[in-house]
Design a protein around this ligand. Structure first.
Ligand code: PGA
Length: 255
């Protein structure tokens, strides 16, 4: 039996208007009622839906998350969203350094660490993403890439802050492709991440950190992934978009 409580978060990416998000969340909270004793759950809709669904989640055991935030407090940063803006809407978690942000919007480990520090100082709980590309995996570079990303992305984080931070291991080649890392492949990297966390923050902290797996997690593969020693939850994209499928995935994860 694992000591850590599983944490599953849905990353909706650029999907759903506020009205569509409200509809999905209303259905979801009914389907997962009573499960929050066994598992931590969150949904991370686009910014434009946060305000609408925040009241629908109150008291349901499903937390609200955002997909990004600025590393600045306020000011002349057109298009950016601050921690204070998220907190006011009841946001608890924030995804930082998703591979799509790294790949398409040039986010570096340095920026990711600044955002994570900023989120933590403001009282948000970061979900920091790391993951190798197919080329890196095939070139035998998975360990070195993950090591560098993790160290860079967590630079300046204290052990106390690390306890509030979730890591999401998301191999880029498995995101949205239908190709999941096998449970053994994922476990191998999760164990590496736990070892790096031990070196950086000490064993007591590392043993408590939630390490999610992400990349084509579905209702039918959730159970075998969660059975692995160091896989403590999932960051779910496509399969988190409908209430039926996402609730089935959550149920399978704890079955
Ligand atoms: P996917 O996305 O579940 O659609 O592969 C996961 C993610 O990018 O967080």
């Amino acid at each position: 039996m694992k000591q850590r409580k599983l944490f599953i978060a849905g990353n909706w990416k650029m999907n759903k208007t506020a009205a569509e998000a409200a509809q999905m969340v209303s259905a979801l909270v009914k389907k997962v009622e009573g499960l929050s004793d066994k598992i931590n759950m969150a949904v991370c809709p686009p910014f434009t839906a946060l305000d609408r669904i925040s009241p629908l989640l109150k008291g349901t055991g499903v937390a609200l998350g955002a997909q990004n935030l600025s590393e600045k407090a306020s000011g002349a940063y057109t298009g950016e969203i601050s921690a204070a803006m998220l907190l006011e809407l009841g946001v608890k978690h924030v995804i930082i350094g998703h591979s799509e942000r790294r790949q398409y919007y040039g986010e570096t480990d340095e920026l990711v660490s600044k955002k994570a520090k900023f989120a933590l100082a403001a009282g948000l709980l970061p979900i920091v993403c790391v993951g190798e590309t197919l080329q890196e995996r095939e070139g035998g570079k998975t360990s070195s890439v993950i090591t560098a990303q993790l160290k860079g992305s967590l630079a300046g984080i204290t052990p106390d802050e690390m306890l509030k931070t979730t890591i999401a291991y998301e191999p880029v080649w498995a995101i949205g492709t239908g190709k999941t890392a096998s449970p053994d492949q994922a476990q191998e990297v999760h164990a590496l991440i736990r070892k790096l966390l031990t070196d950086l923050f000490g064993k007591a902290v590392a043993e408590k950190v939630i390490i999610q797996y992400g990349g084509s997690v579905k209702a039918d593969n959730a159970r075998e992934l969660m059975a692995k020693q160091d896989i403590d939850g999932a960051l779910v994209g496509g399969a988190s978009l409908d209430a039926e499928g996402f609730s089935a995935l959550i149920r399978n994860a704890i079955s």
